[in-house]
Design a protein around this ligand. Structure first.
Ligand code: CA
Length: 672
């Protein structure tokens, strides 16, 4: 989520303001006492099965007693068995059962301060019944699709080589024009040769055609808001309301009542994408939970997993009613082991952390380090901000301003985002690409990926005032995402009086800046076909009529699609756009002196990063007028001009005076 509250969160806050806040901790249990509780870093928590039987365990260091309830079905009213657990070391309760429990379901009940809490599937359920109320006992060897053993995601040497495509399952496949059978499901991304009514590729073939390297899927763990037993009601939700962190969301499966379905189908999706050469990034939301006192965290270890205010109430840096406490050892263990589980069991290639600055820098560093030990190609990035204040000291927060402290972590650049298109929350505000002066220096900050550069004056930055990244591998560049207005809608609301053609030019210019800047480019699904969301900025629970991509747009806006496709190809075929060190950027990027607003001209020199092109010149004109510049003499080939791009070359020039058309990018190169 962005630096703002969703309607959902506002409701949560209002509810909190009206209702009496029930303190979950009393004075006796201080934050210090929680910090000193024993922790357990084993990966066998809650349920494992081996030849010696069923092993149940629960981390609950302050429990008086714990028991496991076994059910025959996900909806059986009475348990068939209750097993009393024994307290063992490190705060873990354990029990073993020797009977055959395949196909059964279980929950835990914790007695805490003399009172039995409500049932919970625990925090480590790896298989679930519908709506995630009970954990399921299944044979994981039966969840692997054919070919899974040898499955591997694309190799990534540097995150700057990656092109990220952010997608919600329903947005991508729900529309009738997608030609996809399994609409809104994991399986949508396994269907080959799907097409729009005009015969253009949709689905996985569309992604291959566009040339992105990784799909970033919006939350796909089990979330709370969609009723999995009432799927025909066609509810939509982004999924930023976590319920069970270690099992896929049921509504994306073809049969949520079958615990195998969601697991097998998500693996089939990953396998199909990997076979297409595309990696899978999961959006993870460990920073808060959907519920508070009724969450699985609260029902297993009350008070422990959350931060609180001095009066005992939940603190709320997420804007959603609570925030988790990653600085506590067991919460840190939980986050680290959870992403490691997704990386190993589901072959996930990257993780995007929602409101990452709610977590501490030490936890995020550990996340990146331990994931790299599993697979060096895995990368991690996140939102380097919170949505409210937190008891966590600012210096410990995984803020973008602290990214230099976090090896292996990248952050979104809201600097380049807002500078290109105008402020995210002020619909009418324009930016560099839409004619508003004063954003030039911040766009330059984006071009050099927030690293120190002798020609960039950070004191003139709109958002950050210092070079916070120590390398371009720490920066994700974007101009829009699922949050806020789509780029199409933002341009419609801010470019007063502009026709569609002009808005499409502005979109091309905006994305050209993103895709040629140092750092890692990121785009929101459907922008390549100029999709909109009918002006709805916070579409987290809007119907498909707002959120689903209409694939006839691919034909209507074919020129836009072809431009983006070539832009991605330009980036992927030229390492000059993908430098990996701040030193290289400072040495190889030279900005030209220009004397007009909304104009930036720079060169990437010295066959940067091993590029075959000796010098690449990029001129961005965000104004309404053509601008004339002088470029030095040489054998130049123009590859982007006046809203067109052709890597094969549009024209050649010997240098000298050159005109840059209004609201467009000019890119040219010379071999020597
Ligand atoms: Ca769910």
């Amino acid at each position: 989520m962005n630096k703002k509250f969703s309607d959902f969160c506002l409701l949560a806050i209002l509810a909190g303001a009206i209702l009496t806040v029930i303190p979950t901790m009393d004075a006796k249990t201080s934050e210090d006492a929680l910090a000193n509780l024993p922790s357990y870093n084993g990966t066998d928590l809650e349920y494992v099965h081996d030849e010696s039987g069923n092993h149940f365990s629960l981390w609950s260091p302050e429990a008086d007693s714990v028991k496991v309830l076994i059910y025959r079905n996900f909806n059986a009213t009475e348990p068939v068995k209750e097993i009393v657990m024994q307290a063992e070391k490190d705060g873990v309760w354990r029990a073993c059962d020797l009977t055959r429990l395949d196909g059964c379901f279980y929950t835990f009940r914790v007695k805490y301060r003399g009172k039995w809490l409500d049932e919970t599937p625990g925090v480590w359920a790896k298989a679930l019944g519908p709506n995630g109320h009970r954990a399921a006992i299944i044979d994981f060897s039966k969840t692997n699709p054919e070919g899974w053993d040898g499955d591997k995601g694309p190799e990534v040497n540097n995150i700057t080589d990656v092109v990220i495509y952010e997608m919600h399952h329903r947005d991508f496949s729900m529309h009738a024009t997608s030609g996809i059978v399994n609409k809104g499901k994991f399986l949508a991304l396994t269907e080959q040769d799907t097409h729009s009514p005009e015969g253009l590729a949709t689905g996985i073939n569309h992604l291959k055609e566009l040339g992105i390297t990784h799909v970033h899927i919006l939350p796909s763990y089990d979330y709370n808001s969609v009723d999995e037993l009432n799927l025909p009601s066609n509810q939509y939700n982004w999924g930023y309301d976590p319920y069970n962190y270690n099992t896929p969301e049921g509504s994306y499966s073809t049969n949520p009542a079958d615990p195998y379905s969601r697991i097998r189908e998500m693996k089939e999706m990953v396998l199909a994408l990997h076979q297409a050469g595309i990696g899978v990034i999961m959006d993870v939301v460990y920073n808060h939970t959907a519920g508070k006192d009724d969450s699985n965290f609260s029902r297993t270890a009350p008070g422990y997993y959350y931060r609180h205010r001095p009066d005992g109430s939940y603190s709320d840096a997420s804007g959603c009613g609570n925030e988790t406490a990653s600085e506590r050892k067991q919460m840190q263990n939980f986050i680290v082991n959870s992403v490691k589980y997704w990386a190993t069991e589901y072959h996930i290639d990257g993780f995007r952390f929602d409101l990452m600055a709610i977590h501490d820098t030490e936890t995020m560093t550990r996340v990146a380090r331990e994931l790299k030990e599993i697979n060096p190609s895995i990368f991690v990035y996140g939102e380097g901000w919170t949505a409210g204040d937190s008891p966590l000291p600012v210096e410990n927060r995984a803020l973008k301003e602290n990214v230099a402290k976090m090896t292996g972590i990248a952050v979104f650049s809201d600097d380049i985002r807002d500078a290109i298109k105008g402020h995210y929350s002020n619909a009418a505000d324009c930016g560099f690409a839409t004619g508003k002066p004063g954003n030039e220096e911040t766009v330059k900050i984006g071009i050099v990926a927030s690293t120190a550069h002798p020609q960039v004056d950070y004191s003139k930055g709109n958002n950050s005032k210092f070079a916070y990244a120590s390398a371009p591998t720490q920066i994700i560049n974007y101009v829009s995402c699922h949050d806020d207005l789509t780029l199409t809608d933002k341009l419609a609301k801010s470019m007063v009086g502009a026709d569609k053609q002009k808005r499409m030019r502005a979109a091309k210019l905006a994305q050209t800046i993103v895709f040629t800047s140092q750092g890692t480019p990121f785009m929101f699904a459907g922008e390549e076909v100029f999709r909109d969301k009918k002006g709805v900025h916070n579409s987290y629970k809007s119907p498909d009529s707002i959120n689903a991509i209409d694939w006839t747009l691919k034909s209507i806006n074919a020129e836009q699609f072809n431009y983006y496709k070539q832009l991605i190809s330009l980036r992927r075929s030229h390492p000059a756009f993908r430098m990996t060190t701040a030193e290289d950027i400072a040495k190889n990027i030279i900005f030209d002196k220009v004397d007009a607003p909304n104009l930036i001209s720079y060169s990437i020199c010295n066959n940067a990063n091993g590029d075959e092109w000796k010098e690449i010149k990029l001129i961005f004109n965000g104004s309404d007028e053509a601008r004339e510049l002088k470029i030095k003499k040489g054998e130049w080939t123009i590859i982007a001009q006046d809203g067109k791009i052709d890597l094969g070359g549009i024209a050649t020039t010997k240098g000298g005076k050159i005109s840059v058309e209004p609201c467009s990018a000019l890119i040219l190169y010379k071999q020597k």
